[in-house]
Design a protein around this ligand. Structure first.
Ligand code: C2E
Ligand code: MG
Ligand code: MG
Length: 553
């Protein structure tokens, strides 16, 4: 593999040289060191680096943030910012450009390396099909929407899943499965000049954003055409293989105002197409209305759900690698809707946030989880820890810090048994409020964890200001860890770095023995995931505790 090329834009030459030395020692190639935004853009045009390290405060006409914007829009080169301790205003501007990461100066070599690895990982194209990946598509779509304020027309957002690909994998082998996926990727990419971007999301899932169309009927034609293209025979070693697809479509602006919503709704429609047996397309809304209730009535249901005791806390075991024993649980809320059945938190937490209901719901989860954990401890089931998720919107609630300590007092749970999980992006969104709460909690002896690590802006430098107790590696890195060398390298780097900073490392979403073996071998501390158990209702979790179950690694 060729070393990755990095351009350094930094006007303090000592720092720049120092950084260049570190990068070279880490196996990167430094294309050049430049001192201004203008030079940076020239150099990027000539040398096309894989990544740019960009000082936020540059002298000259073009400052670092403007130069970074240009890097992305003109050259699609990911940028990692370099900042000295930054004020809130600068941070806000930096975050608004959705950076691929940033590094606080003076930098540490380990931080530098991991942040760059994460940034390159987020930016990569899918190596099997050479298509962009989902996060690239999402960003691209956001950019398209930002530029579409006066759009006349509809933007079709399509998600597509190949039906029964697992059968091809199991009958013809994975190589053939991959061959089929690549052929389809190629066909999609060449099928229609109205395509704006095609990306591969997961194994056999693609997403396509089209140029604006005039009528919904145009989107119908597009979908029919895709079904035909996919259905054409694929020649594999002189035998013909046939696949079909399930297609979901959402239309901007009807079915959503931002990239996340449009993609989510296209997904919902795609599931609907799958449920209809595959080889068909479905639009969001019109056809899914029967499935998901309309938002209004769902909202009024959610409003009453707390009163009606429709929420339930489930517990997902956390297992310590050293002992193979359950050391704690993550509390995960479930909504048992009287008609719809179990609704996933992925669906109703964002809604609760939007509606301002997350504060009472969050408090209820916290209270329930603390009370329950204390009860288990009192039964002699061990010095159990409980982890509770805290969402960004809960910080808008002024007294969140006090509420946490009140709940501990009320329930009698010792603070050291409580762990609060915050996501990376949350920390950056409202730095000041989080920083204050963080200090109060740490002083009380509550443990604070950074959740879904690696999915947000990789801001390892923040661990200086926010000395987290626990880092939770996101499940997307754990997936295929034994086959995906990049995921493996990143996971190892995160573990080592976290240990240097005295943090406990938890891996989430561990599903099989290979993943577990890898994490054991690389010194991860705690594991969560379906390999051990899904999140369980309290009675089942209690039974598991009582069984004294212990895993042998
Ligand atoms: P999270 O905090 O990252 O929680 C982990 C999610 O991954 C849980 O999904 C869990 O059931 C799932 N998971 C665990 N092991 C595996 C595995 O081996 N494979 C796979 N594919 N998935 C696994 P869940 O319960 O659906 O929760 C989704 C998200 O909803 C959570 O992500 C969390 O961000 C949010 N959430 C759940 N409960 C609460 C809550 O009480 N308050 C807040 N603010 N957010 C919550
Ligand atoms: Mg969590
Ligand atoms: Mg998580």
């Amino acid at each position: 593999m060729f070393p990755k090329k990095i351009l350094i834009v930094e006007d303090e030459s000592i720092i720049a040289e120092d950084m260049a030395d570190s990068l070279i020692a880490l196996g990167y190639r430094v294309t050049r060191i430049v001192y201004s935004g203008e030079e940076a853009l020239e150099s990027a045009a000539e040398e096309r680096p894989d990544l740019v390290l960009m000082d936020v405060n540059l002298q000259g006409e073009i400052d670092g943030i403007t130069a970074a914007e240009e890097m992305r829009s003109r050259f699609q080169i990911p940028v990692v910012y370099l900042t000295a301790y930054a004020d809130d205003n600068t941070l806000r501007r930096v975050n608004a450009t959705k950076p691929f990461g940033y590094i606080v100066k003076p930098f540490e070599e380990k931080n530098l390396h991991t942040t760059i690895q994460l940034a390159l990982h987020r930016h990569q194209y899918d190596s099997l099909t050479n298509l962009p990946n989902g996060s690239f598509l999402r960003e691209q779509l956001s950019r398209i929407l930002d530029n579409q304020k006066q759009l006349r027309g509809l933007i079709p957002v399509v998600t597509l899943s190949l039906d029964r690909i697992n059968r091809i994998n199991s009958t013809l082998g994975h190589d053939m499965g991959n061959f089929v996926i690549c052929s389809i990727a190629q066909r999609l990419n060449n099928c229609n000049d109205k395509i704006n971007i095609v990306a591969r999301l997961e194994s056999a899932e693609f997403s396509i954003v089209f140029e604006p169309v005039k009528h919904k009927q145009d989107a119908v034609n597009i979908a029919q055409r895709i079904l035909e293209i996919v259905a054409q025979a694929i020649l594999v070693e002189s035998c013909e293989v046939y696949v079909t697809a399930s297609i979901g479509i959402s239309l901007y602006p009807w079915d959503g105002s931002d990239a996340d919503e449009l993609l989510k709704n296209a997904y919902t429609a795609m599931y609907h197409a799958q449920e209809k047996g595959g080889n068909n397309y479905q639009f969001y809304a019109a056809n899914t209305a029967n499935y998901s209730m309309n938002k209004l009535s769902q909202e009024s249901c959610l409003r009453n759900a707390l009163k009606r005791s429709e929420f339930e806390v489930y517990y997902e075991p956390k297992v310590a690698i050293k002992t193979g024993k359950i050391v704690g649980a993550e509390a995960l809320v479930r909504w048992n809707h009287p008609e719809m059945g179990r609704v996933s938190p992925g669906e109703f937490i964002p809604m609760a946030e939007e509606m301002g209901l997350i504060a009472p719901l969050g408090e209820w989860v916290l209270e329930t989880a603390c009370k329950q954990t204390k009860a288990w401890q009192a039964q002699g089931l061990g010095p159990l820890r409980v982890a509770v998720n805290v969402s960004a919107r809960q910080f808008e609630q002024k007294n969140i810090t006090e509420r946490v300590s009140e709940i501990l007092t009320e329930t009698g749970l010792a603070p050291k048994y409580l762990e609060l999980e915050l996501t990376e992006s949350l920390v950056l969104e409202d730095e000041t409020a989080v920083f204050q709460a963080f200090n109060v909690w740490r002083n009380l002896g509550i443990r604070v964890a950074i959740d879904d690590f690696g999915t947000g802006y990789a801001s390892l430098s923040y661990s200086k200001r926010f000395p987290f107790d626990v880092i939770k590696i996101d499940k997307s890195f754990i997936r295929n860890i034994t086959e995906d060398r990049q995921n493996a390298a990143i996971t190892i780097a995160i573990i080592q770095m976290a240990h240097c900073m005295n943090m406990t490392v938890v891996a989430e979403g561990v599903e099989d023995e290979q993943e577990l073996a890898f994490l054991c071998a690389h010194d991860c501390d705690e594991i969560q995931g379906y390999f051990f158990s899904k999140a369980l209702p309290k009675a089942d979790f209690e039974a598991l505790l009582k069984s004294g179950k212990r895993w042998d690694f």
